[in-house]
Design a binder for this molecule. Sequence first.
Ligand code: URA
Length: 242
Amino acid sequence: MGEKMRVDKFISNMGFGSRKDIKEFIKKKKITVNGEVIKKSDIYIDTDDEIFCCGQRVVYEKYIYIMMNKPVGYVSANEDKREKTVFDLIGNEYRKNELFVAGRLDKDTEGLLIITNNGKFAHNMLSPKKHVDKTYFVRIEGGVISDADIDSFSSGIVIDGGYKCKPAKIEVLENGDISESLLTISEGKFHQVKRMFEAVGKKVIFLKRVKIGELCLDESLEKGDFKLLNDDEVRLIGAELE
Ligand code: URA
């Protein structure tokens, strides 16, 4: 036995269109449940039932994970009165109401963003105990990244407010008036990367997340584009499959 769910909600959640679209399909007799054409959208199905929509089997997946290449200018919230949100970029065919961002990025940060309905994963991603590494490409001004900076990052830098960060790894790509590096951290405090660099007198002028766990941003995704992760990719971020 699976879970009981309203048929229109279920099919819409599995990515076949909005609830309105599903009602239309029902009117056009395009949906069957265990071999029977259904006539109403308010009936309840079991997620183990054999359901077809427009000739395609609707297979139940409890969790979905979306990779987005987040553009600058969007906030990582489900709703915002003033700002554009990353959900404005996601069409209705996804389970918009049940999804949330796992590991927010600031409005002015771009790159790899995971959007899921798996709350436990979202929690684990930010927990230092779970060690989900997040790697950022960081461009800074304020001078070169010195050996002393690298040592402070690796021994746990204290940021404003007195919080001692977990050890972080930094790989310097370019040192100069403007310096570039890859920084890997295992936690997710508010503005963490910016505050870590501030603590060594530098200002972050560009920030992009490029990797979570072992999963790299798919660079073929244009800014604002997104895709569903497949099972192998889900494993790379350390999330459960069910
Ligand atoms: N650290 C920051 O400062 N900002 C982000 O968006 C992510 C990590």
